[in-house]
Design a protein around this ligand. Structure first.
Ligand code: 0YR
Ligand code: MG
Length: 371
């Protein structure tokens, strides 16, 4: 499986409402930024990272893929996944400009493409290649009903519809207003509408500080909050450890952490209870495995961050024994040959060989950008 081509791509896939917001980001498109790697046996592997579709930033990633990492991959054996991961991640000149950030998510896309190739060569979906499904039915939780940009009445209607019509049993709603009592009010309205048996998590996307979080939690504790995600600045270990000690609401985080080392620091400090790696932000499946196994060895649940990158995560989540649920956001699935699918609140287990990232020709034609 000698690597013969490394071609980057950028797709900007529109969402079908004008925009969606959390406390920190507003987006109109999702960026699907990645690489198609060809081998001499005629197979192609696809891997991608998720962005918020800012073309010049996306081009930093594809430049790293094509110009820094691409030449190091040509002629290599795609089956040597761990060796190639180390070759790229530890290449001194690239490591110098980034052990995280642009270079790391570029490596994520490449690593996923190499796993995709190995799955296709073996004729196995990724979850099977990794060791088989450890869960019968992977639960999906719906984030799409809960954007901060959705007014309270529509938030309540959408939540009810997700439960009563679409079969979800778990929801997540965004929080992060300057006045946290507005978020308490929105949460209470949803809780009243869906009843006590539905789990409702919240996500502040890094917005608040420790006193705001503590004030919020004192009011939120009786409302049965399933977890409090990214309450504060992403890298602030001490504040998350302090919050975790001071509230009974479990702290969840990880979507903004780039490395297994960063996860180790949070886990070691008791600063996280639900561990949420994103395979497209840590450097691919190879590093995700380390993070998930380490969390599992600390008896912590792993619930991958999806954003809109569920294609690979559904495989990882069916496989990993610490995972029993996965976020659901539906906007870009139809860009892929085997789109993620939720039925009656559960993810359908993918069947096609590989890591689930093969793009359709139509998506490339409709949404492709020049790299
Ligand atoms: C939009 N999921 C998240 C989106 C989402 C973000 O900014 O990327 O809200 O990925 O926090 O848990
Ligand atoms: Mg989040």
């Amino acid at each position: 499986m000698k690597i013969t081509s490394v071609e980057p791509f950028i797709l900007h896939a529109p969402i079908n409402v004008p925009s969606i917001s959390d406390s920190t980001h507003t987006i109109t498109h999702w960026g699907i930024v990645g690489v198609k790697i060809g081998t001499d046996d005629g197979l192609f592997g696809y891997g991608y990272t998720g962005t918020h579709a800012h073309l010049e930033s996306d081009r930093l990633v594809t430049s790293c893929i094509a110009k820094s990492y691409g030449p190091m991959l040509m002629g290599e054996d795609a089956r040597d996944g761990d060796r190639l991961w180390l070759k790229l991640a530890r290449f001194p000149a690239v490591q110098w400009v980034g052990r995280a950030g642009v270079t790391h998510i570029a490596l994520a896309a490449i690593d996923i493409a190499l796993w995709d190739l190995r799955g296709k060569a073996a004729g196995l979906p990724l979850w099977k290649l990794l060791g088989g499904a450890t869960t019968e039915l992977l639960e999906a939780y719906n984030t799409d009903i809960g954007w901060l940009s959705i007014p309270k009445d529509r938030l309540v209607d959408g939540s009810k519809r997700a439960i009563e019509h679409d079969g979800f049993r778990r929801l997540k709603i965004k929080v992060g207003h300057a006045d946290p009592m507005i978020d308490i009010d929105r949460f209470e309205a949803v809780r009243k509408a869906v009843g006590p048996s539905v789990t409702i998590a919240i996500d502040a996307n890094g917005k608040w500080d420790l006193p705001t979080c503590q004030r919020f939690c004192a009011r939120a504790e009786p409302l049965d909050v399933f977890w409090f995600e990214e309450p504060m600045w992403y890298d602030d270990v001490g504040s998350h450890a302090a919050l975790a000690r001071s509230t009974s609401i479990p702290v969840a985080l990880g979507e903004q952490l780039y490395t297994a080392d960063a996860f180790n620091t949070f886990i070691g400090a008791g600063a996280v209870q639900y561990v949420q790696p994103d395979v497209t932000r840590v450097a691919g499946i190879t590093e995700y495995i380390q993070v998930a196994h380490n969390a599992h060895s600390h008896r912590l649940p792993v619930v991958a961050h999806v954003g809109d990158m569920g294609q690979v995560h559904v495989h990882l989540s069916y496989w990993h024994p610490a995972t029993s649920m996965l976020e659901y956001i539906p906007w870009i699935k139809d860009c892929f040959v085997e789109p993620i699918k939720v039925e009656d609140g559960h993810y359908v287990r993918p069947q096609m060989p590989g890591a689930g990232c093969t793009l359709t020709d139509q998506a490339v034609a409709a949404f492709g950008q020049s790299c």
